[in-house]
Design a protein around this ligand. Structure first.
Ligand code: ZN
Length: 152
């Protein structure tokens, strides 16, 4: 990863991208289309200027979710990757970046469909210690088939 660059890709690694420069606005969108496209409560997206963006391995498949927008995803592992409205920047799924911690959202949009309990998520209880020990044992035996979070 170059100094100002950001790389990312899908879970299986068949599709990779790189942004050679600063990213634009990072958002979470609560609209029903983003919920469905991400299979989640909201869609986390950051804009990447067309002139500094490239698919560096493979290409996503595209689903036209409307007459104005197409959504890119890996057609092998299903990872949502992009939102393309034909503008000067492509919107990329924040969770697909190798280091999403570097892309904190700065705005939320699409409030009409925001889950009523959205603001309580951070207050959810976590596992009791005794249960966590069992989970740790299970996790220790996992062999990941996920692409590593780096360009290879
Ligand atoms: Zn994939």
């Amino acid at each position: 990863m170059s100094k100002d660059g950001h790389s990312g890709g899908c879970q299986c690694g068949r599709v990779r991208f790189h942004v050679n420069g600063p990213l634009g606005r990072a958002s979470i969108c609560h609209c029903r289309m983003c919920q469905k496209a991400f299979g989640s409560f909201f869609g986390p997206l950051v804009s990447a200027p067309n002139e500094s963006f490239a698919w560096t391995r493979g290409e996503p498949a595209w689903f036209h979710s409307s007459n104005k927008v197409r959504r890119g995803f890996c057609n092998h592992c299903g990872t949502p990757l992009a939102y393309d409205w034909g503008g000067p920047a492509l919107e990329l799924a924040i969770g697909a970046f190798d280091d999403p911690e570097m892309v904190p959202p700065t705005i939320q949009v699409g409030l009409d469909h925001r889950m009523s309990w959205f603001s309580h998520l951070a207050d959810l209880p976590t596992r009791p210690a005794a249960e966590q020990v069992k989970v740790d044992r299970f996790q220790a035996e996992i062999v990941s088939f996920q692409h590593p979070d780096k360009d290879t």
